[in-house]
Design a protein around this ligand. Sequence first.
Ligand code: SF4
Ligand code: SF4
Length: 295
Amino acid sequence: MTHEEFCALASEYGFKRVFFLAPEKYELGDNPHHLVADVKAEFPFTSSIAALVFPYSPFPEGERIPPYYLASNQAYHGMKALLKKLNELGIRAEKAEIPIRPALLKANIGAALRTGFLSIAPFGTRIVLMSIAVSELEPLQYEFNGKTYCAGCRKCIEACPAGAISESGVDFALCHRAFMETAAHPDHIRDCQSTYIGCEVCQRCCTMNAKLALSEPSSEVREAFDTERLIMGDASKARALVGKNMTSNGKLTAEAIAFAARDGEFKELILEQKNSQFEAVRDAVRYAKERFNRS
Ligand code: SF4
Ligand code: SF4
């Protein structure tokens, strides 16, 4: 199989760009969760790491359904199907999760932005990145394009609801994403959280994404994320679409309650959840009551 044939096959599974990186030993930093430090030691057959780029379309401003998590789940299943196909074709391939952003930057691919996101043209930051170890396909060399990014732009600094971005980068301790590991969020996050399971503000305003076409959530996605449905605790469809890892312990219901309370909607329905089995939901009801009492 040639590199071009590999790319054409990967494209069928949604991976519109593939970069072939030399396998190296990687520094895993403070968060080594699931990451592979030495790909050659773990998968001795490895000729290269195929870095797979799964682009997705952002949703319009104000949309609370998170396109990244929908795409991430699709990319995960696409990667599994691609691995199966490659192995059927006689190419050995295994999921090998490396610290992919530093690995791509070291190979002269993409642009590191002030927000901490990596931008890969023409997709901007609206990408899901995955990595697999593959046999037979040698690494390729990529040339540095010499461009600098972010200089002269302050859009994300001005837009960030948490004041987490400065000239020197992101203070992750302030960023909304730092609060998404758990189902319950502090009230100051609930007050301004922009999307389910996170925040999209700095990607929405980013110059690198300015030319991307928007798309609307499908009717299936809309139905799964229906606010009333989520408040009533029926998050199973939404969880199936965005993956279960980030949505356990009533998280989507708690977030739906906080959004509805901010909108002044579904008061009676929200109060019915006061005895939920999930602490995050009970706390969201407490937050909602306080909001309703203030208004
Ligand atoms: S909005 Fe501007 S400063 Fe912020 S990451 Fe994007 S290009 Fe860089
Ligand atoms: S994700 Fe949201 S909170 Fe975090 S840096 Fe970007 S705009 Fe700020």
